[in-house]
Structure formats: structure tokens, C-alpha cells
Design a protein around this ligand. Structure first.
Ligand code: GAP
Length: 442
């Protein structure tokens, strides 16, 4: 199927996954709100990541603050280097990334559909200048240069500056990791492709601290683990690939780096980066803070600066990837069926319960079943419209199972359970629904 991103954006709005931020005011560029289904899906993705990362011996969790000491960003190199080259159009005042003009369109409504490269050829653009992507704000009541702080552009730095606190409080020994999920902010010049490049987003990052000589072994290990996480949660293998950063394009701090990429409707794009960051970050923070960040190995009595293997995924970008990958269109009895074939662990709603018709006490039975199921997972009650339409509504949000109470239920206490992907139905006793679903969903 040739999937157009507009189909996903429209379904996301219609079914309560994602809304444009501040929509009634015309929207805020590069910012999105997660609706009732979206927040469930996002939480499920984050929970699965958190479980896979921290339900192990050697990784601890952390939740560092978004605002950090401004020196952190000097040490990390973000103040000097976290920039994109940009140009302004002298005529329409639109701003473009100098390295992406070929892909951009003119910002003037009067020239709708005109390529920005044409405006450039006509000499309308300023010379490129560097634009720092960090959002600046002020700490406290005085707005001067001494009170400047930044909204963090990545969660990683909160981990680096805390690694000795975590190691000593949790008695972890190298090799060990620290995992964190949290918001990050980047004042991207060009936001585009729905949730792919936004100004506010969430990251799921893990930094793994190793002996310098073990770095490449753990880099390879985490590379495979992270790819497996995406495929275990149902992403199609043929839509995923590793993309190795060539040596001459490596970031200044990296010895090796690879992206996990997904084939989106607009082409291949990074969803996660796995980086061997060497001892760059800890060395920088040691120098800028004046505090020793070396690790002392009790067993060998050695002191050394650990190397760091980083796994850095976007939660928001993963959300969009799971949404796109789950989307299917099928023809059923001459009609189009749109269905989100989410892995059951990610599906926002696990089960829907319907009375076939609204009489003979079927509604009450269906209500009671729903309430009982809600003690174990998200369940939805629906008695509006024809049952076929109710199935379609659940297909569009990816609900794996639908339970229907019908006239036979009144006779023998059985219900039908319909499975989303095969659309097959079985009949089981009402008392067995929960166990049946618990087994299927897990
Ligand atoms: N600490 C390393 C780091 O932040 P990155 O490649 O800049 O590396 C990691 O970002 C991940 O964060 C990306 O793979 C992507 O999933 C997500 N990400 C980065 N910028 C983003 C943006 N503007 N909007 C949405 N997600 C973004």
C-alpha cells in the first residue's frame, strides 16, 4: 500500500491520538498534543521501553530536571556547536535551513507551491548564519545574561552529571547503565512530517558506562538489543535498517555511531541512535565543574574515566513509527476497512464490549462485563449504532478484541469474542472472558 502521511494525520485527529497544539488559535508550529488514545499509546511505548531497560540487574532509572546549570551546556558543547545554518528570505521573511533549501517551499502565501531554491536563485536570501537550537529562558526574577538557563535539548546530560550519585546510591559497578525518559526541546528551523521533527518531544535514553577497552563489545550488544526491541513490538523487519555513520561524518565526541532507521512514507528516517561517546562527556564535565568524575574500581584499585555507550530513541518519533507501521487498509465484503494492527502490548484500548441490541437486559450485562474487565485493563463500552460500525470504530483505534452480548447470552451465558486482525469470532462463557483475554494479551 502506498501510504500518504495525510491519512495518518487525519486518522490521528479523528480518533483522538494527536491534535495540533493550540488549534483554536491557529496552532503552534512544531508542537502537538496527545489525545485520549494517543496518551495511552505513548504511555504504553514508554512503559515497554522502561521495562526492557530497567527490569534488569545492571540498569537503574533516573528522572533529572529539565532545567540544568548553564555550565552543563557549555561543557557539553551545545552552547558553541548545537547550531544549524540558516538563511532568511528578505522578501517574505521565511527562515530556512541553508542545507535543506532544495526540499523547502517558499514561505509566502502569494507564491504557494514555489520552490525555495527559485527564490535563492533570484538572490532573495541572506548569507547563512548559525542559529543555536536551544530554547533560552531566565531563572528567577531578573532577566539578564547571568540568569540565562536553557530547556534541555537532550536528556543525556542529566545522566552524565549524576552517574556517580547513581553508582554509589545503588551500589552499581561498571559495567552499568542509567535510563531516563523525558521531554527535550529544540528550536528546529524546519519542523515537518507530523511528529518526526518537532520543537518539543520526548526522548528515551540510556547511557551505559563501561571500561574503555570494552566499548565496542557493548556498542555491538546494545545495537542488536535496540533493534530487537522494535521488532519484538511488531515493527515490520523489512521497514527497518541500520545506517552506519561513516568515520568522516562522526560527531566530535563519537568513536562509532549507528542509526536505526524506518522507511516512512517520505523516505528513510532515524528513529534511534546508538553511539559510542567515548569518555568525552565525563571528561568535559570534570574539566568544567572541577570535580573528579573518575570511577574507582574496588577490585583492581584502578581509577579511570569510563566510556559511554548511548542508546537514544525519540518516544514521540517511535509513537509515529508504531502508528504508521500498524496502519492497514483492507477490503471486507466490498467495503474499505482501516485497521491499526498494534502489538497488543501497545494497543491503547485492549477490549471493547457491546450489547448487540439495546434491550432485554443486554446493556446491563455488557456494562457489568466492562466494569469487571476494567479492573485488569483498558476496556471500552459502546452501544451506539450498528454493531458492524462499532467494530470498525475499534479497528481504527487498534482494539485487539471485541466482546458482544447477544440473545444467546441470555440463554446460556456465552458471548462472542472477535479478534481484530483475523476478524474471527468464537463463543465462550461470560465467566471465562477475563482469563481468555489475559492469556491472549500477554
Ligand atoms: N543524546 C543524543 C541525542 O539526543 P539525537 O540523534 O539528536 O541524539 C536522538 O536524538 C533521538 O531523539 C532521535 O533518534 C529522534 O528519535 C529523537 N529526536 C531528535 N530530535 C527530534 C525532534 N526535533 N523531534 C522529534 N524527535 C527528535
Amino acid at each position: 500500500m502506498n501510504l500518504n502521511l495525510d491519512i495518518i494525520v487525519s486518522l490521528a485527529k479523528r480518533r483522538g491520538f494527536v491534535f495540533q497544539s493550540s488549534e483554536i488559535y491557529g496552532g503552534l508550529n512544531g508542537c502537538w498534543d496527545y489525545g485520549p488514545m494517543g496518551v495511552e499509546l505513548l504511555n504504553n511505548i514508554k512503559n515497554e521501553w522502561w521495562k526492557s531497560m530497567t527490569y534488569r540487574e545492571d540498569v537503574e532509572g533516573l528522572d533529572a530536571s529539565i532545567l540544568m546549570h548553564p555550565k552543563v551546556w557549555e561543557a557539553s558543547g551545545h552552547v558553541a556547536n548545537f547550531t544549524d545554518p540558516m538563511v532568511d528570505c528578505k522578501e517574505c521573511k521565511a527562515r530556512f535551513r541553508a542545507d535543506q533549501i532544495e526540499d523547502s517551499m517558499c514561505g509566502s502565501p502569494a507564491y504557494k507551491g514555489r520552490k525555495a531554491s527559485k527564490c535563492q536563485a533570484e538572490g532573495k536570501f541572506t548569507e547563512p548564519r548559525n542559529f543555536n537550537l536551544m530554547f533560552k529562558t531566565f531563572l528567577g526574577s531578573v532577566e539578564d545574561s547571568s540568569s540565562v538557563v536553557y530547556l534541555r535539548p537532550e536528556t543525556a546530560q542529566g545522566i552524565f552529571v549524576n552517574y556517580l550519585n547513581v553508582a554509589s546510591s545503588s551500589r552499581q559497578k561498571i559495567p552499568f547503565g542509567i535510563a531516563q525518559i523525558g521531554k527535550a526541546f529544540r528550536n528546529e528551523i524546519n519542523t515537518k512530517n507530523f511528529l518526526f521533527r518537532t520543537r518539543e518531544f520526548e526522548q528515551m535514553e540510556m547511557q551505559y558506562f563501561v571500561k574503555p577497552e570494552d566499548d565496542m563489545r557493548y556498542y555491538e550488544f546494545w545495537k542488536e538489543e535496540r533493534m530487537k526491541w522494535f521488532t519484538d513490538l511488531g515493527l515490520k523487519k523489512e521497514k527497518l535498517r541500520f545506517s552506519l555513520h561513516p568515520e568522516d561524518k562522526l560527531a566530535h565526541y563519537a568513536r562509532a555511531a549507528v542509526d536505526i532507521e524506518y522507511e516512512f512514507p517520505f523516505g528513510w528516517g532515524e528513529i534511534e541512535g546508538i553511539h559510542n561517546r567515548t569518555n568525552f562527556d565525563l571528561t568535559q564535565h570534570q574539566q568544567f565543574s572541577g570535580k573528579s568524575l573518575e570511577y574507582f574500581d574496588d577490585s583492581t584499585k584502578e581509577k579511570f574515566m569510563p566510556f559511554i555507550i548511548e542508546t537514544s530513541a525519540g518516544a514521540s518519533r517511535s509513537f509515529m513509527t508504531f502508528l504508521i507501521d500498524a496502519y492497514h487498509e483492507e477490503e471486507v465484503k466490498g467495503e474499505k476497512r482501516s485497521v491499526l494492527k498494534f502489538h497488543s502490548k501497545l494497543a491503547p484500548m485492549k477490549v471493547a464490549v457491546f450489547p448487540l441490541v439495546n434491550r432485554d437486559g443486554m446493556q446491563e450485562i455488557a456494562h457489568n462485563i466492562t466494569e469487571d474487565l476494567r479492573k485488569s485493563f483498558r476496556a471500552f463500552y459502546d452501544d451506539k449504532g450498528a454493531v458492524g460500525r462499532r467494530y470498525r470504530r475499534q479497528d481504527e483505534i487498534g482494539t485487539p478484541y471485541c466482546v458482544t452480548v447477544d440473545s444467546q447470552t441470555l440463554e446460556d451465558e456465552t458471548v462472542t469474542i472477535r479478534e481484530r486482525d483475523s476478524m474471527e469470532q468464537i463463543r465462550i462463557n461470560m465467566n471465562s472472558i477475563k482469563n481468555y483475554l489475559l492469556e491472549k494479551l500477554n
